[in-house]
Design a protein around this ligand. Sequence first.
Ligand SMILES: N[C@@H](CCC(=O)N[C@@H](CS)C(=O)NCC(=O)O)C(=O)O
Length: 219
Amino acid sequence: MSKLVLYGLDVSPPVRACLLTLRALELPYEYIEVDLLSREHLTEDFLKKNPQHTVPLLDDNGTYIWDSHAICCYLVDKYGKNDELYPKDVVKRAFVNQRLYFDASALFMPLRNISVPYFYHNVSEVPQEKLNNVKDGYRHLENFLGDNKYLNGDTMTIADFCCGATASSLPAVLKMDAEEFPKIAAWLRRLEKLPYYEEVNNTGAQKYIEMLKNKFTYV
Ligand SMILES: N[C@@H](CCC(=O)N[C@@H](CS)C(=O)NCC(=O)O)C(=O)O
């Protein structure tokens, strides 16, 4: 088997989604930390591998793949012992893809749109509109979960890893009200039962939440 290397940092939700997938598939990997605040992702070497300069970045024996959703799909397709985490059936796959694109566009981006200006330009005043986008993300997630155990029914998929890593980080900008969103709260508790979840996801999520605690005023 080829050597897998994941570039990332623990506080990053998309990085944690890839770590959850690697652990679920029981794949050996090397983890290389990239310090974004020291601009390590803007070095010539990193830009050659990922001109979009984002983490996570996967190096599979010289094949470079970035964007967490693309990485998770690739890992299951290439190395999964079965297709449970990312079904091959076109309809089931389309439903999982919908949740993945939802994470990429409507759940993670509202968080990134608040955190990046703070991390790189110290912007702490956040327009209410940006916060509303986070709330919309929570609302949709609650709705999608319905009466299901996981985001795509009774079986856990990579959509749960991607959306779960983001959802558990959103309290950095807007507290998750368990009374308003009971299904999200129950789903996160369900994910927490994975033996590697605390180590791979919640530790980084807590660190991320701490980093941004009391940093914002909403205008
Ligand atoms: N859609 C991308 C988002 C990745 C992303 O925004 N990563 C952040 C860290 S959480 C990053 O690398 N920021 C540095 C930059 O964009 O220059 C994914 O899912 O991988």
